[in-house]
Design a protein around this ligand. Structure first.
Ligand code: ANZ
Length: 941
């Protein structure tokens, strides 16, 4: 080849790798393992844009590097292929989501292969494949068959719970459950029939049916997540959304809340990501306090006389300052406690708050709203009567959904009290209040109770908790912001839940697990992908879909996060039909050593995955508490948008070039970056592709060209700044693309895509090519001994590139390659002894080119991927000359180069003899000369 021809080379090696299964890995106990995982993509219809491969390139370089270092590297890829976009498309077109998904995956694979990634494709997985989701369903089964024992602090088989019940009933049991469950004795348990016993275990299981408040959109017939609701309407379509209670499958992630916080300490993840998880879990230490109800006729009529309103508070010390209680509008007693006089106000308020999403309610702290129920509660510590209000700043799903209002202690309570004219009871000593204002760290001294008068904050808290416990009015309680995770979607394109329903003797449907032998429960075909007329999920449309020909299946499907919460295991053993992964495979591959992916998964995927991994550990399926030891979040590649400027109010549509636009009044329009090069518009392409710009537009040019403006924005179709990697690869090749993406900047930072910079990396590759071939394509390789300068150039590059990759500093390694090639070109170095190690060094970055050059070098058998990463020799790195800054009275006035072995005296003499130095000394004698060897020379005059 005369010139570097990326197309031929890249096609050739991609075919070679495929044919020879170069990237296939198997268990090999003679080598240490290393597991590099990419967050697998959802295969969207749009295919990859240049932002997607950033993390994949980094992980590919690292994997190839580790392989050269002698590790057996697992580096797989697959698809998170259940999800909404395919389903939306199906609703619009009637096309089965499986078909669009398959097409999209084909495109993704083609694009990924085009980029030369060293994935072991024999391990590819797809979460929507029955052979995969069979095991997602199996994990559901395991969760359903387990409970959380707080004594052993782990999940256990439901059998141990049943054994406990039959021996002790609920006595001495410490199970993690939602709220308090009914207590019973062993005798009671043993007297129950099997069906009743089974029913009693249901709320203990790690996945259970629960009534929860959801954002329900009647128009779309579906539940929306908080971030799908904006200002009370659905983000998509703008339909009203209401808060509704629904019975759904839920996962008991809260049982793991403490372990999810503790485990973070052992992880090499960024501090900001860990902090996000901590905040999301939101541990808070406080107390539950019971307020009894004032026994009015209404309360008696509803049978609530002996009942208490329980509140969760982190400030039990402020209990003497309580002047009202607030229930969430959804609290189950709101209706029962509302008096006739207050009924209209309360129901109007409830209707109003249903329009606000939970997120709005949490974030809006300024608007004060609420309604009085007309009933009163009794403060347990002093018997004071306090009015019971409802307000939507109290969330139904947190704590008990009820709070004690302390205007003197809490800002929102203070706002509430002032707005509605409720009393504000001081709780701290007035003198202390002043002291505390002066020094907020100062501890409190309380007034108005014998119990805690004159006590400090910590003392008061302890005394009150003890008092509440002794009097059966409350207890210490740790609360978490984290909720159990809803595990259901009323949609089609997801995993069927392996559950069917059978009526109990009272005619109530009870959930039962589908037998393991009957898995997978395959997603049935339906013809319309929308809810049924009666409001059931789309699966309600499946005909003849019954378990054992008689029982109804669960109709909701699993949420988007199900398949991704365990997928790293499946790559270890992707075709196993006996288990989700063999013991042997898990023992060998253990955990993910390096996980690379986006920050948007900080609390969703990464928390759920940690939860399922901990569960699988508890049940003996993996030895590790955590699934991914190190995690790197790659930054975003932003789009670099281009603009044209249309002159306002002209008869003929007129566009003015960027440099002249200030002379006119203009509007700025996005223009497709693919018809702009170096900010110069391809006017013909513009005319051909845009039919929205009017007839025969005029262009006001500068230097005979139309120059576009530019801005950095999110990469998005709507901004016409999406760059498709396929186009780049066709133009300059995957190797240039890979080098260039890394060269853009540090991996974890966000940076704008700028096609212009790619020329530099492309030139680098062609320059490297010239070290091997002359312009006629003849080999230039020589067997001659390298010079010390050439060795130094190579070895400093080996050192730098190795260290940089170890530190995930991929961009600086690219600069090192460039410097080295410049030096070798200047030295006209065509020596095998230098070029052989260099090619190995470069191979993680530019694998196709490296393979091609490796064959050309032709000495050592095997592909370049099978070689050893070269070692650097410190002997070659010794500097032979050193540049000294020369300071005169503290200012650097010159730089002089001396041999590394020059003595102090020699340097001193030479410096003084230097004419430029003499000029700065203005003929004055030196009072002092200090030579710091290998560093600097200081002259004082
Ligand atoms: C009385 C009090 C006095 C409170 C005071 C605070 C300060 P974190 O730290 O987030 O757990 N609270 C309890 N349940 C709530 C709910 N469902 N919705 C909204 N707010 C709720 O906060 C716990 C505190 O938030 C609790 O302590 C309670 O108000 C309120 F000077 O009780 B506090």
């Amino acid at each position: 080849m005369t010139e570097y021809q990326h197309q031929t080379i890249e096609k050739k090696w991609q075919a070679f790798w495929e044919q020879n299964q170069t990237y296939r890995v198997d268990i090999d106990s003679t080598k240490p393992k290393f597991y590099v995982l990419d967050m697998f993509p959802y295969p969207s219809g749009a295919g990859l844009h240049v932002g997607h491969p950033l993390g994949y390139i980094a992980s590919d370089i690292y994997s190839r590097y580790k392989k050269l270092r002698g590790f057996n590297v697992l580096h797989p890829m697959g698809f998170d292929s259940f999800g909404l976009p395919a389903e939306q498309y199906a609703i619009q077109t009637g096309q089965h989501p499986a078909i669009t998904t398959e097409n999209n995956i084909t495109t993704y694979i083609r694009q990924l292969k085009n980029l030369g990634f060293g994935y072991d494709w024999s391990r590819e997985i797809r979460t929507s494949d029955p052979s995969y989701y069979r095991w997602t369903q199996w994990i559901f089964r395991e969760l359903f068959s387990s409970w959380y024992n707080q004594k052993t602090n782990q999940a256990e088989s439901i059998n141990s719970l049943v054994a406990h019940f039959s021996q002790h009933g609920t006595q001495h049991l410490k199970a993690h459950t939602e709220g308090d469950l009914p207590a019973f004795t062993a005798e009671e348990w043993n007297a129950w029939n099997e069906e009743k016993q089974y029913e009693m275990t249901l709320p203990y299981r790690l996945t259970y049916l629960s009534e929860s408040v959801v954002n329900f959109c009647p128009a779309l017939g579906m539940v929306l997540s908080n971030d799908e609701v904006k200002d009370g309407v659905s983000e998509r379509g703008g339909h009203p959304v209401i808060q509704k209670k629904m019975r759904q499958w839920v996962m008991r992630i809260t049982a793991y809340a403490d372990r999810l916080i503790e485990g973070l300490a052992s992880l090499d993840w960024s501090e900001s990501l860990k902090e996000q998880q901590r905040n999301w879990i939101g541990k808070s230490v406080g107390a539950m306090v019971k307020f009894s109800l004032q026994p009015t006729p209404l309360v008696e009529a509803h049978g609530l006389t002996a009942q208490d309103i329980e509140v969760f508070t982190t400030r039990v010390d402020t209990i003497y300052g309580v002047s009202f209680l607030v229930l969430a509008p959804e609290h189950e007693w709101v209706k029962l406690l509302t008096t006739q006089e207050q009924a209209r106000q309360v129901s109007a308020y409830i209707e109003e708050t249903q329009k606000r999403s939970e997120l709005d309610r949490m974030s809006d702290v300024r608007t004060v709203s609420g309604a009085f129920t007309g009933s009163y509660a009794v403060n347990p510590v002093n018997g004071a009567l306090v009015p019971i209000w409802i307000a939507d700043y109290v969330l139904a799903g947190y704590g008990t959904g009820a709070v004690m209002g302390v205007p003197s202690g809490d800002q929102r309570d203070w706002n509430f009290a002032t707005h509605f004219n409720l009393p504000i009871i001081p709780i701290l000593d007035a003198q202390f209040e002043l002291d505390k204002q002066a020094d907020p760290t100062k501890d409190g001294k309380y007034i108005n109770s014998e119990l805690i008068n004159g006590k400090t904050y910590a003392e008061a808290t302890q005394i009150l908790i003890d008092w509440l416990e002794a009097n059966g009015r409350g207890k210490a309680k740790v609360n978490f912001r984290l909720r159990d995770a809803v595990f259901a979607r009323q949609r089609y394109w997801g995993e069927p839940v392996p559950v069917y329903y059978k009526n109990n003797s009272e005619g109530m449907p009870l959930p039962y697990l589908v037998e393991d032998a009957d898995l997978p429960v395959v997603l049935p075909s339906i013809d319309v992908y929308q809810p049924t007329e009666s409001g059931e999920p789309p699966l309600g449309r499946a005909e003849d879909w019954k378990y054992q020909d008689q029982y109804d299946f669960e109709l909701s499907t699993m949420p988007g996060w199900a398949g991704s919460s365990w997928y790293w295991f499946r790559y270890m053993d992707p075709t196993n039909t006996e288990s989700f992964a063999s013991k042997e495979a898990i023992e060998y591959w253990q955990q993910v050593d390096l996980y690379i992916g986006g920050t948007e998964h900080a609390t969703g995927h990464l928390l759920y995955s940690r939860f399922w991994n901990k569960f699988l550990k508890d049940r003996g399926y993996t030895p590790h508490e955590e699934f991914a030891l190190k995690l790197i979040n790659q930054g975003m590649i932003q789009g670099r948008s281009n603009f044209v400027y249309r002159v306002k109010n002209t008869e003929v549509p007129t566009f003015v070039s960027f440099g002249l636009k200030d002379q006119y009044e203009t509007v700025k329009l996005h223009v497709d970056v693919n018809i702009v090069e170096n900010d110069i518009l391809d006017i013909e392409a513009f005319l051909a592709t845009r039919n929205d710009i009017g007839d025969n537009p005029q262009f006001i040019l500068e230097d005979n060209q139309y120059k576009c403006g530019w801005e950095v924005e999110k990469m998005s179709k709507s901004k016409f700044n999406v760059v498709n990697p396929d186009d780049i690869v066709a133009r300059v090749g995957a190797d240039t693309f890979r080098l260039y993406e890394m060269f853009l900047g540090p991996l974890t930072e966000s940076k704008p895509w700028d096609t212009r910079g790619m020329e530099g990396t492309y030139r680098f590759i062609r320059k490297l090519w010239r070290l091997f071939f002359d312009a006629q394509g003849q080999s230039l390789l020589q067997d001659a001994e390298p010079t010390p300068a050439e060795l130094k150039s190579l070895h400093k590059t080996i050192k730098k590139v190795g260290e940089d990759i170890e530190q995930f500093s991929f961009n600086t390694a690219v600069s090192a390659f460039m410097v080295c090639v410049n030096e070798l070109s200047a030295a006209k170095c065509h020596k095998r002894a230098i070029l052989e190690p260099f090619v190995i060094l470069l191979s993680p970055y530019a694998p196709h080119l490296a393979e091609e050059l490796w064959v050309h070098l032709g000495k050592i058998p095997g592909t370049v991927t099978a070689q050893q990463f070269p070692h650097w020799n410190p002997d070659y790195l010794v500097e032979d000359s050193i540049e000294y800054p020369i300071q005169i009275n503290g200012k650097v006035r010159a730089n002089l180069v001396f041999a590394a072995e020059a003595s102090k005296e020699e340097i001193e003499k030479a410096v003084l003899a230097e004419e430029s130095v003499q000029r700065w000394m203005e003929g004055k004698p030196a009072k002092k000369i200090i030579v710091v060897p290998k560093r600097i020379v200081n002259i004082v005059i």
